[in-house]
Design a protein around this ligand. Structure first.
Ligand SMILES: [Zn+2]
Ligand SMILES: [Zn+2]
Length: 450
């Protein structure tokens, strides 16, 4: 996919927002955007943390074409102010443009002379573009979008076909070699997020409730920003986050784009999390009167993390058997299929699925129809099942018929009665050979009398 990178369309504030988002994805913690009025050489304050060390990091964002040495001096001042001459601190300057050569020299000097107390890093427009690409962020129409090529790993076409054959084998009288496939994979956009929540609700008599959860998962539909349904969620994410592949584009693949910016989707997620975690609690006040308090978490109590955009693959099979068409839509992960639509499991005549009436389906090899036990009226010709419609319609020269029920046999007998003589010869072995014998005898008679 071609990644657009039109950072110029972002406002200064959105630019800072973009940088904060990237820093979050890089792994920095406790990211805070400083109020605009209060910018003293720092736009973002955050924290680096691993097993060994933890230190503050301040970021200065410069959405401009050219950054000179004074910006570095200002940042250095801010860094000194922040640590108040103790510990270690890192500073980062990010620009959508370029740094002057003197900036690089000056930063090199600082990093050398103050290596035990501070370090400054520079990210110019080129490097920023690479970071955006790395984290699947693009800027479209002045908004920060997430676009990805990542899809949940899924069964390839062959794997899906094998599963479908297995399904087809449940049908009595199945015949694999009549199946003709046409497959398309549709990729549905999905957002995955995790969150922590830590809310405390206090009244004049003390704290009455706390809501604390960590690593809760949330899955949103990338088209409508609603929650994705439970079955789909369990299918793809039931055993943890699945393995991911890059979508290779071709004409048999259709990719549905993500409709929302990262900001939009976070707003929706916050709303959902707040709704879901709002509780009513009863408590007694000082006067021993019972009160009810609605405990609604504040957005600042919620930490959203690990936002991932990922596609969920759905395979659409148009299957033709003789002149009958069957549609199947299956969500596929690496191991299993989740049928969204499956006409292999449905009677062609009444459209009921076999699970509904808990019985087998039957396949007529002659016309390709799959029928339920009620609609099958299945009979066999030379022990190959055909539906009754075919049994009546086809000319069944010299074939032996087996009827699966007396009713069907009687039905056929009635039809037979009404057939003209020629058709009767076709239908009936004895009549046919009798007729042939009779004609031969007559012919023989005629010939020998000449
Ligand atoms: Zn039926
Ligand atoms: Zn048939």
């Amino acid at each position: 996919m071609k990644q657009e990178f039109n950072i110029d369309t972002l406002s200064g504030h959105d630019f800072e927002d973009l940088i904060a988002r990237i820093m979050k994805k890089v792994g920095y913690k406790d990211i805070v955007l400083t109020p605009k009025s209060n910018d003293k050489g720092k736009d973002i304050i955050m924290r680096y943390e691993d097993e060994k060390e933890s230190y503050p990091v301040i970021v200065e964002c410069k959405h401009q074409n050219f950054v000179g040495r004074p910006v570095v001096q200002k940042l250095q001042g801010a860094m000194l102010h922040e640590i108040k001459n103790k510990g270690f601190i890192k500073g980062i300057i990010v620009t959508s443009g370029k740094f002057s050569p003197t900036v690089y020299e000056y930063v090199k000097e600082i990093n050398k002379n103050y290596s035990s107390t501070m370090k400054i890093e520079l990210t110019d427009g080129k490097k920023l573009k690479k970071l955006c690409e790395k984290y699947d962020i693009i800027i479209l129409n002045g908004k920060i979008q997430i676009i990805t090529n990542n899809s949940v790993d899924f069964l390839d076409e062959k794997g899906v076909k094998n599963q479908i054959f297995r399904e087809f084998h449940q049908i009595i009288g199945h015949k694999d070699d009549l199946l003709k496939f046409q497959s398309e994979t549709i990729f549905y956009p999905c957002y995955y997020m995790r969150y922590n929540i830590d809310s405390e609700f206090c009244t004049s008599v003390g704290c009455v409730n706390t809501i604390q959860k960590s690593n809760e998962e949330i899955f949103l539909d990338g088209m409508k920003a609603g929650r994705i349904n439970e079955t789909l969620r369990n299918h793809f994410f039931g055993n943890g986050f699945p393995s991911i592949i890059q979508i290779k584009r071709d004409k048999n693949k259709k990719i549905i784009p993500f409709e929302f910016t990262e900001k939009d989707i976070e707003d929706v997620a916050f709303e959902m999390i707040i709704d879901e975690n709002t509780e009513e609690v009863k408590y007694y006040g000082k006067n021993n009167v019972e009160y009810t308090k609605t405990c609604k978490p504040h957005p600042r109590d919620i930490e959203l993390k690990d936002t991932k955009a990922v596609y969920l693959p759905k395979i659409v099979n148009q299957i033709k058997i003789k002149d009958q068409n069957y549609l199947q839509e299956v969500f596929s992960d690496k191991h299993n299929l989740l049928y969204y639509k499956n006409e292999f499991n449905q009677c062609k005549s009444c459209k009921r699925s076999s699970t509904l009436f808990n019985s087998h389906l039957y396949f007529c090899k002659t016309c390709g129809r799959i029928l339920c036990s009620y609609h099958k009226r299945l009979d066999a010709i030379d022990k190959t099942p055909v539906c009754l419609r075919c049994a009546f319609k086809k000319k069944l020269l010299l074939q032996t018929k087996f009827f699966i029920s007396k009713k069907n046999k009687n039905r056929y007998s009635k039809r037979y009665e009404k057939m003209n003589l020629l058709r009767k010869f076709y239908e009936d072995k004895i009549a046919f050979w009798g007729g042939v014998g009779l004609v031969s005898v007559i012919l023989f008679g005629i010939l020998s009398s000449l």
